[in-house]
Design a protein around this ligand. Sequence first.
Ligand SMILES: Cc1cc2nc3c(=O)[nH]c(=O)nc-3n(C[C@H](O)[C@H](O)[C@H](O)COP(=O)(O)OP(=O)(O)OC[C@H]3O[C@@H](n4cnc5c(N)ncnc54)[C@H](O)[C@@H]3O)c2cc1C
Length: 460
Amino acid sequence: MSDITSSLAKIVGEQYVSSQPEELFFYARDPGLMPAHKPDYVVVPKTTEEIQKIVRLANKEKIPLVPMGAGMALTGLIIPLKGGIVVDMKRMNKILEMNEKARYVIVEGGTSHGVLKAYLEKNYPRLRHSIPDAPATATIAANVVIHGQGRLTQQYGFNSDMVTGLEVVLPSGEICKIGSCSISKEWFSKGAPLPDLSGLFLGWFGATGIITKVALRLYPRKKMRDVEIFVTDRDDLVPDIVYELTHTEMAEDIVIFSQPKPLIFKDNHHVTIFITGDTDEELEFKRKMIWDAVDKFIKTKDGGFMWVQPAMKPTLLEMPQRSVSRFADVKKGGGFEYSGPIILVERYPECSRKVEELSSKYDLGYSGMARIIGRGHCMMYGFAFTFNRADPDMMDRVRKALHDVSDYVLEIGGVFWKATVDEQRLAIERMDPNTRNLMKMIKNNLDPKGIMNPGNWEVA
Ligand SMILES: Cc1cc2nc3c(=O)[nH]c(=O)nc-3n(C[C@H](O)[C@H](O)[C@H](O)COP(=O)(O)OP(=O)(O)OC[C@H]3O[C@@H](n4cnc5c(N)ncnc54)[C@H](O)[C@@H]3O)c2cc1C
C-alpha cells in the first residue's frame, strides 16, 4: 500500500479504498463521450467526519479531489482530469430528517432520487419531490449542484431552487452550514432572509466543496395524474402555445419533443402536458382550462390533441421516464449524449430546426426535447444524438455535432447546462470581466490550492 492508500484506509476502512487498476478503469470515465482520465485512488466514505479527514489529507498533500454521485451527468464532470482521489458518495445515502408540515426533507450527500422517492411513497404518500428523468441512481446533491430539472420544474423552477439548506465540507476541511440551519435547528431556507451563500456551491460542479447534507422542498402529491399531448407541425407556434398553457397555471410539467421516428412523430412537435388532481372534478377542471387555452390553434387547424391510448399512458406517466434512457437503444450498441442549454422558449423553432440540420449534416439519429422551466421563464432544450459505442466514427460525428451546438448556443443567447470543460472555458471567455473576477476571487479564497475537482470552472 502506498502512504496515501494506507492513510485513506485508516479513515474509511481498507475495503472502501482502492488504487487497483480494475477499479480505476471504471472511475476514469462516465457513460458520455468525454475522454477518460484515471484517478490515483478511489474512496467511499460513510460520514461527514470521514470526508472532512479525506479533504484535510488531500489539502495537506495537494491531491485533487473529485466528488462523485452516480456519474450520470454525461458531460465528464466526474472524470478526474488531473488524477487524484475520486470521492464516491454512494454510502452516504440516508434520509436524515423529515419535516412533514414544513414540507422539507434532509438527506445525506450521496442519497439518490430513487431512495427518496421510495421513502416518500412508503412513509409520506401525500408528499413528493421533483424527480428528474435521469436513472434513479442519480443523486440529489449532484443534481442540485448542476442545477438539474425535474417533474416539478415547470411550476417551481430548477431543482436547485428547491434546496432549503446545505452542509458542506470546505476545501480547508471545515464543515459549514448554509441557510437557516446555520443559526437554527430548522432547515427551512437556504438563504432569505440571510445572504444566500448556497450560490458558492450550487452550479460549481464540486469545485468549491463537498456537500454532505441537503435539505429539499417537498410538494403535495395529488391522487391522480394524467397527460395530454397537443400536436402541431408549426414549430413557430410552439412558443405561443407554451405561453397560453403556462398562463393557465394548471400544468404540473410541460415537455415538448420532436423526433423523426417512429414515422407518426415525424415533422410534428408534441407538447406533452402533465396534470394532477385529488378528485375527478379537479382533474377535469384543469383539463378543460388546458383545452380552452389552446382552442384558437385548433380552430385555425394548426394543431390538435392527440388521443393518448391507455396502453401508452403508463410509459408517459412513469417517473423517471425510462423511455428517455431507451433512446440510447435506437442505434445498435447503446449510446446517447445530449447538450441541454438553458434558453428562452421563443428560441424553440430555431433549436428544433438546428437539431434536424445537425442530424442530417453528421448523419445521426436525433431527438429534440424541451422542458419548460418556471412557467415559461426559460426552457432546457436537449439536442440529443444516439450512437453505437462500437463505432468510433459515429461517436466522433456526435462529438462534432455537440461541438456545433456549443457555438450555436452562444449565438442565440443561451447558457450551457452542466457544461463540459470546453463549454466552461467558452462561458468564462464570454463572461463579463467583473463577473469573471468575482468568480476568481471566490474560487481562490475557498480553494487556494486548487484541489477541488480541478479543471472545472478554472478561472485564470
Ligand atoms: C437518461 C438520462 C436522463 C436524464 N434526465 C435528466 C433530467 O430529466 N433532469 C436532470 O436534471 N438531469 C437529467 N440527466 C442528467 C443527470 O443524470 C442528472 O442531472 C443527475 O442528477 C446527475 O446526478 P449524478 O449523481 O449522476 O451526478 P454526477 O455525474 O455524479 O456529478 C455531477 C457533478 O456534481 C458533483 N458532485 C457530485 N456529488 C457532489 C457532492 N456531494 N458535493 C459536491 N459536488 C458533487 C460532481 O463532482 C460533478 O461535478 C439525465 C441523464 C440521463 C443519462
